[in-house]
Design a protein around this ligand. Structure first.
Ligand SMILES: [Zn+2]
Length: 456
C-alpha cells in the first residue's frame, strides 16, 4: 500500500527529524497527510499515511523492521502499522488506520514506540553484528554478505555460499560469543565518520545507502566488530545474556543462518524441534516394546536426551537421525510381526456359526486383527466353502471391524446386503464390491449388530 506514495511529487515540506536514537516518546506535528491512494489531503480518517515534523519511530532499513507503537491523539491510541523512509528521501512515512478519528494538517500528536519491541530488536541487531564478524573470523577469509533480517524475535544472516561455513563452524562461533564476548561486557560505541574516512579505513558499507556529503554512522563493539549501521543497538554485550543458533540452510547460492537472543523464542523453537521429537521417539519405542520387540534403545535414548539439552541446530539434526534409525528398526520389526501374525492367523482353526445354512460366521476379539488380516483368512475359507458367505467379525478395544467375502457360486451380493441391513443403522463405513467388502466402525458395540442382521 505504501508503494503508492512513490507516485508523489517532490514534497514541499520540512524533512522529518529522526529523534529515535535518544527517544521512544515524542510530541509531533502533522505536516503531511495522504489517503490510501497516496493523494495529499487536508484531513484524514481511516487508512492513510502521515508525515510528522519529527519521529522516534525507526523506519525499516538495514534489515531491521520498523518500530511498533502508537500515535495518541484526543486520548485515542492509534497503531502505527509501518514506517518507511526509503519511499521519499528525507521523509519518514507512517502508515496508520485512524478508523473514525480525524487528523488534520497542523494537529499535535504524541508518538510512542513500543519499548519492548525496540529493545528486543536492538538485542538481535547487536547480536547480528557480533555473530557475523565472529563467523567470518572462524572462516578466515572474507565472505560476501547477501543481506540480513531481524525483528524483535529473531535475526538472520545471509552469506554467499562458502564451503567453509558449516553448522559446526557456526556452533563454534556461537560458543565463543556465549562464553567470551558476552561475559566480557564489551561496551558499544556509536560515532560518525566522513565517507572519505570510511573508505580510507576500509569500513565495509556495501549495504549502506548514504547521500552525498552525509556522514557515515558507525557502530563498534571494540575488539569484536566495526561496521557502518543506522540501526538501533544495545550498550553492552552483557545485555545479550545468551544467543541461540536455530537453523542452517544451504542452497547453491546462499548460506542462511537463523539465530535469536530471545529466550522465549528459542525455548519455543527448540521445544517443538527437540522435546516434542524426543516424545515421539519415546512413544514409538514404548509401543514397539509393548508389541514384543526385544531390542534395547537405552543407548540411543541417552544420547537423544542429551541432545535435547543442547538446544542448537546440530542437536536437531542428530536427534532426527537417531529418530529415523529407530523408526527404521521398529518398522522392520513390525513388518515381520505382521507377517508372523498373518501366517499364524491363517493356520488357526476357528469354530464358525452357520447361520441360515448360508452364512459362515466367525467372531474374533483381538486389537491387532486388521481387515487386511481378516481378508486373507476369509478368502481361504471362501475357496473351501464356495456356496457360503464368509463373515469374519472382530471386536477391538474401542472399535469393530469385519469383512464379508464370497465366491460367485454363493450367488450373493455382500455390498447390497451391507447397504440394506447395516449401513444406516450402525457406525460401520466401508467399501468393496458384490463379492468382497471390508467395514470398520469406531463403536465397539457395532460388532454385535452383524450377527443379529445375519439372523434376521
Ligand atoms: Zn547495526
Amino acid at each position: 500500500m505504501i508503494e503508492l506514495l512513490k507516485k508523489l511529487e517532490p514534497l514541499n515540506l520540512e524533512k522529518t527529524k529522526f529523534i529515535g536514537y535518544e527517544n521512544l516518546d515524542a510530541s509531533a506535528k502533522v505536516l503531511g497527510l495522504y489517503n490510501k491512494e497516496g493523494i495529499g489531503v487536508q484531513h484524514l480518517t481511516g487508512t492513510g499515511f502521515v508525515i510528522f515534523d519529527q519521529t522516534p519511530f525507526y523506519a525499516i532499513s538495514g534489515g531491521q523492521d520498523s518500530d511498533k507503537g502508537h500515535l495518541i491523539f484526543n486520548q485515542v491510541e492509534i497503531e502505527i502499522i509501518d514506517v518507511r523512509k526509503d519511499v521519499i528521501p528525507g521523509y519518514f512515512i507512517h502508515e496508520v488506520n485512524l478508523s473514525e478519528q480525524e487528523l488534520r494538517i497542523g494537529d499535535l500528536v504524541d508518538l510512542r514506540v513500543c519499548a519492548d519491541f525496540r529493545y528486543n530488536s536492538s538485542l538481535n541487531h547487536s547480536a547480528l553484528h557480533i555473530t557475523w564478524q565472529t563467523i567470518l573470523n572462524n572462516v578466515g577469509h572474507y565472505v560476501e554478505e547477501l543481506g540480513s533480517k531481524l525483528n524483535d524475535e529473531r535475526y538472520q544472516l545471509q552469506f554467499c555460499n562458502d564451503e567453509m561455513i558449516t553448522p559446526q563452524l557456526v556452533l563454534k562461533a556461537v560458543e565463543q560469543i556465549n562464553s567470551k564476548t558476552i561475559p566480557e561486557k564489551i561496551k558499544s560505541k556509536i560515532f560518525f565518520v566522513t565517507q572519505e574516512e570510511a573508505e580510507a579505513k576500509n569500513y565495509l558499507f556495501e549495504f549502506t545507502k548514504i547521500a552525498p556529503g552525509e556522514m557515515v554512522r558507525m557502530v563498534e563493539f571494540p575488539g569484536i566488530v566495526i561496521e557502518p549501521c543506522s540501526g538501533t543497538h544495545i550498550d553492552s554485550t552483557e545485555e545479550l545474556k545468551k544467543i541461540w543458533f536455530m537453523n542452517f540452510t544451504k542452497t547453491n547460492k546462499a548460506v542462511i543462518i537463523d539465530m535469536t537472543t530471545n529466550p522465549a523464542v528459542a525455548k519455543n523453537y527448540f521445544k517443538t524441534k527437540l522435546e516434542d521429537r524426543l516424545k515421539e521417539i519415546e512413544s514409538q519405542i514404548s509401543k514397539a516394546l509393548e508389541a514384543g520387540m526385544r531390542d534395547s534403545f537405552d543407548e540411543q535414548l541417552k544420547v537423544a536426551r542429551n541432545l535435547v539439552e543442547a538446544n542448537n541446530y546440530i542437536a536437531i539434526k542428530e536427534l532426527n537421525e537417531i529418530g529415523l534409525n529407530i523408526t527404521a528398526l521398529i518398522n522392520k520389526f513390525l513388518k515381520n510381526l505382521e507377517q508372523e501374525n498373518i501366517k499364524q492367523f491363517l493356520s488357526q482353526d476357528f469354530q464358525p456359526k452357520i447361520i441360515k445354512d448360508k452364512f459362515y460366521y466367525i467372531e474374533t476379539s483381538n486389537e491387532n486383527y486388521t481387515n487386511k488380516l481378516l481378508i486373507s483368512k476369509a478368502s481361504l475359507l471362501a475357496n473351501e466353502n464356495p456356496e457360503k458367505v464368509i463373515i469374519l467379525a472382530n471386536q477391538g478395544q474401542t472399535n469393530s471391524n469385519a469383512v464379508l467375502v464370497c465366491n460367485q457360486k454363493a450367488n450373493f451380493n455382500v455390498k447390497l446386503w451391507f447397504d440394506e441391513k447395516l449401513a444406516d443403522k450402525t457406525g460401520f463405513k466401508g467399501g468393496g464390491g458384490p463379492l468382497i467388502i471390508q467395514i470398520f466402525s469406531p463403536a465397539k458395540e457395532d460388532f454385535k449388530t452383524i450377527k443379529s442382521a445375519l439372523e434376521e
